[in-house]
Design a binder for this molecule. Structure first.
Ligand SMILES: [Zn+2]
Length: 420
């Protein structure tokens, strides 16, 4: 597939085009040339000469910016055991799985995604395909910067010293990474990596956030431990992932213990949070259906899910900007389920307009893509999701998009998305 020809034109007429700011629907005609929005005019205004065909009237549907998911792992399988699948596949198998995963996200309405941790192979494989209409726009982090043996160290981003961190950063940037990911704490997915402890000193958090600014790429910190949340906020990362406030209880279990002082530091810093409330919700559903009798681990998991939602509510009350991400690809977290995250955020205290912004304006900002995606306005990529009902009234309308457009191309089914 090639880029859309510069002369390809399209006009979409719609009673309800999402204009943000100010955050409301207006009747508009959206003119697209060569994959980009050229103009947004009053509905049914006579198109300028030569821009008349083809035209589509979307009637009283809602034309929204395509969704932005800021946190996925394309190389993972979303099965109950993604690491087993990852280790059992050849590199070509894994790369074709990643492309299939990206396509299924596009069909679900996600037109921009960030991969938040992958192999260098994926970076090399996709760097030339990151802005083609058959896939979402791709922002790739490549291997996360992590301590030796740390979370997702097998991707190759281990950096024990500041010099090593600098070397990994320059390797990533020259390989085409447009986002730098720091593993600021251990992770649940990688055994023995201590999710309740900050992995690096404050200086390393600052070094990575500064390096991202110097290279004009996004910065993102995986922070499960409360202290890691604090260090990442102080360093000024663009977004903080998970913010679990994990604490190791005397019975050995990880517990979420909200820290109001650290939450206040986050609010003051102005950084955004990606809370991935929906991760592994399918397995939670299974646990709930099976009943909890006699299974303390399962009960603990469900209890902690409730604590997570309550903590999210408190972070929202502080006015911290929220961005949409799902951690798709990890255990029981499918790629087409971005709508689940939107619903959970709305059910946990985020207003519907802020839910919409978490996957459009706010997400574009933390990915350093503002002015290019996330708005229906001249100069932006013609990436749209068409919904039957207004998500401003009920965000569950994202569950089943009527249509998805990527760079002005209509994406209707896996086969047509692959053939275009
Ligand atoms: Zn992740």
């Amino acid at each position: 597939m090639t880029n859309p020809a510069s002369h390809e034109r399209l006009v979409l007429h719609c009673d309800n085009v999402w204009i943000d700011p100010p955050g409301r629907f207006e009747p508009k005609s959206v003119e697209v040339v060569g994959g980009c929005i050229e103009a947004v005019r009053d509905r049914m205004a006579a198109p300028a000469a030569g821009i008349a065909r083809p035209e589509t009237d979307l009637g009283d549907a809602c034309l929204m910016p395509g969704l932005i998911n800021t946190h996925v792992h394309l190389e993972f399988s979303a099965s109950p055991d993604p690491l087993r699948d990852f280790n059992g596949e050849t590199i070509p198998e894994r790369l074709s799985r990643a492309v299939r995963n990206a396509r299924s996200m596009l069909l679900s309405g996600v037109t921009t995604l960030r991969d938040c941790g992958s192999s260098l192979d994926l970076l090399a494989h996709l760097r030339r395909r990151r802005d083609l209409p058959d896939l979402p726009r791709l922002l790739l982090s490549g291997p996360p910067i992590t301590v030796p043996g740390g979370h997702l160290a097998f991707f190759g981003g281990e950096a024990p010293s500041p010099d090593d961190v600098a070397a990994v950063v320059s390797r990533l940037v020259s390989a085409g990474a447009r986002s730098l990911k720091l593993m600021g704490s251990g992770g649940v997915m990688t055994p023995d990596t201590h999710p309740e402890t900050a992995s690096f000193p404050q200086e390393t958090f600052c070094q990575v956030a500064d390096a991202a600014r110097a290279n004009d790429v996004a910065s993102v910190a995986h922070v499960l431990a409360a202290e890691s949340v604090r260090r990442a906020a102080v360093a000024g990362f663009d977004s903080l992932e998970h913010c679990a406030f994990f604490f190791r209880a005397s019975n050995g279990r990880l517990e979420r213990r909200y820290d109001p002082e650290i939450a206040g530091i986050v609010a003051e810093s102005g950084v955004s949070i990606m809370a991935n409330l929906s991760t592994a919700t399918r397995s939670h559903g299974t646990l709930a259906r099976q009943g909890m009798q006699g299974n303390l681990d399962s009960q603990h998991a469900l209890d902690q899910h409730d604590v997570m939602l309550e903590n999210f509510r408190r972070l929202v009350e502080l006015g911290i900007p929220i961005v949409c991400g799902t951690d798709a690809g990890v255990r029981d977290t499918p790629f087409e389920d971005t709508w689940v995250e939107l619903e959970l955020m709305a059910r946990s205290g985020l207003s519907n307009i802020e839910v919409i912004r978490s996957a459009s304006l706010n997400a574009a900002r933390v990915l350093k893509l503002q002015g290019r995606v996330g708005r229906i306005a001249a100069g932006h990529s013609a990436d749209f999701v068409v919904l039957k009902d207004s998500p401003l009234a009920d965000v569950s309308s994202y569950r089943e998009p009527l249509h998805v457009y990527r760079r002005g191309h209509l994406v209707t089914s896996p086969s047509s998305a692959g053939k275009e």
